[in-house]
Design a protein around this ligand. Structure first.
Ligand SMILES: NC(=O)c1ccc[n+]([C@@H]2O[C@H](COP(=O)([O-])OP(=O)(O)OC[C@H]3O[C@@H](n4cnc5c(N)ncnc54)[C@H](O)[C@@H]3O)[C@@H](O)[C@H]2O)c1
Ligand SMILES: [Zn+2]
Length: 395
């Protein structure tokens, strides 16, 4: 018997001793799961549903935690996806409790066992253009994600719950090597891994580039951490909140500019330039949803420089620019970035390990945690903008 097989048997025995795995039904655990269901605007109800029978390809996961995302906030306030009643939560992670007999490997070909820690990614619909790894051919608009699915007779469709049923044919990754907070941060980090890959495709972002990052919410802050982990040393962060700018420094920004301290775009541009020692940025990342911020960012970029615009996940309105001064005469190369590919997920796992190794305090991005039954408070805190990443943590 080889070592891997022995490990597998030991794991199964330990899982059974802990009342999990094949013995789940007999363990005395309640065969029901709580879910936080958004039943009307700005209101979740905690409901209980039976844990359904698993199909051959299904996986039952006990949820450990799930981040609250800007998308959840939009759904909570306005239901733009017309999903109510819905179990939200897509930045979740947990432990495999039980698997259908057809489940052997994750989407990257890694073995899966009861007790492994996992995250889900997209659910494909047999569309070869999106099943392949190059989602730039057709963005994730064609795929579904857990936590943004219409309610059905199983109900365990989102990560704001005790349990979730991952259906056969979904993407799932074994991330047992990452701690809980890192696993909760995978989804937002993948957004930035994708943005940086898009930026690299311009050929302008280099090891010794001067990089401006505008907006220091979770998205801009993770952008800074990724640039730092890549070895880019000259990063200027721009925001209007001093505490966020302070955190930008902890995550790798060389210097910061508070846009509220400078009146007019000329003064602001000069402040950014000064922080780069008298030069404009070679490359800039636009990480706010503000049209004004989009208009401003061209001014911070040198002739021949590059821009990655990723701040408008949803329609935030029109922005005005001067095509002559801002794009043509400067020969700016611009890329847009939206969501991520499966390949970016795998890169994100490596990034999280590397960021830890160089001591970046990414965990501090999760500023507030709440138990599932306090999910309404968690969402109100998220809307208040007092924290950065808010997370639901199950006991
Ligand atoms: N491309 C994608 O796939 C993707 C994915 C997720 C989120 N997003 C978008 O990224 C944006 C940022 O997300 P977040 O969670 O960090 O949001 P956030 O609201 O927490 O952060 C935005 C930050 O921008 C700052 N800001 C506002 N106006 C500014 C200005 N004129 N100059 C400089 N800073 C300014 C704010 O002070 C704030 O700190 C959102 O608009 C979101 O929709 C995009
Ligand atoms: Zn998200």
């Amino acid at each position: 018997m080889n070592d891997a097989r022995i490990d597998e048997i030991v794991k199964q025995v330990l899982a059974q001793l802990a009342g999990k795995g094949e013995n789940f039904e007999n363990s005395g655990a309640k065969n029901v799961s709580r879910v936080a269901m958004l039943t009307k605007l700005e209101h979740y109800d905690i409901k209980e549903y039976p844990i359904p029978e698993l199909g051959d390809g299904d996986i039952l996961v006990k949820v450990e935690g799930c981040g609250v995302c800007g998308t959840d906030a939009h759904e909570y306030k306005n239901d733009p996806f017309n999903l109510i009643p819905v179990v939200l939560g897509h930045e979740g992670t947990g432990e495999i409790i039980k698997m259908g007999k057809g489940v052997k490997k994750d989407s990257a070909g890694k073995d899966l066992h009861v007790g492994d820690k996992v995250v889900s990614c997209m659910i494909f619909k047999d569309n070869p253009d999106i099943t392949m790894f190059d989602l730039n051919k057709q963005n994730v608009g064609g795929a579904d994600v857990y936590g943004l699915l219409p309610d059905d007779d199983k109900h365990l469709n989102g990560w704001f719950a005790d349990y979730i049923v991952i259906r056969g044919g979904s993407t799932i990754f074994n991330v047992s090597h990452l701690d809980l907070y890192s696993r909760i941060l995978i989804e937002p980090c993948a957004v930035l891994i994708h943005a940086v890959e898009r930026a690299k495709s311009t050929g302008i972002l280099r090891f010794n580039s001067r990089v401006a990052v505008q907006g220091c919410g979770p998205i801009g802050l993770i952008c800074i951490a990724i640039l730092k982990t890549m070895g880019i040393a000259n990063i200027v962060a721009i925001d209007g909140e001093e505490n966020r700018l302070g955190f930008a420094k902890e995550l790798g920004a060389t210097d910061v500019v508070n846009f509220k301290s400078h009146s007019g775009i000329e003064a602001l541009t000069n402040a950014v330039k000064e922080k780069f020692g008298g030069s404009l940025a070679d490359f800039a990342f636009q990480c706010t949803g503000s049209p004004m911020a989009h208009s401003n960012i061209y001014k911070f970029i040198r002739n021949g420089g590059g821009l990655c615009e990723l701040g408008f996940f949803i329609n935030g309105g029109d922005a005005s620019i001067n095509p002559h001064f801002d794009i043509c005469a400067k020969e700016i190369t611009t890329v847009g970035s939206w969501v991520y590919t499966l390949r970016d997920y795998a890169t994100t796992f490596d990034f999280l390990v590397s960021a830890k190794k160089i001591g970046l305090p990414l965990d501090k991005l999760i500023t507030h945690t709440y138990p599932l039954d306090k999910i309404n408070e968690a969402h109100q805190m998220n809307l208040s903008m007092k924290g950065l990443k808010i997370a639901i943590i199950n006991n």
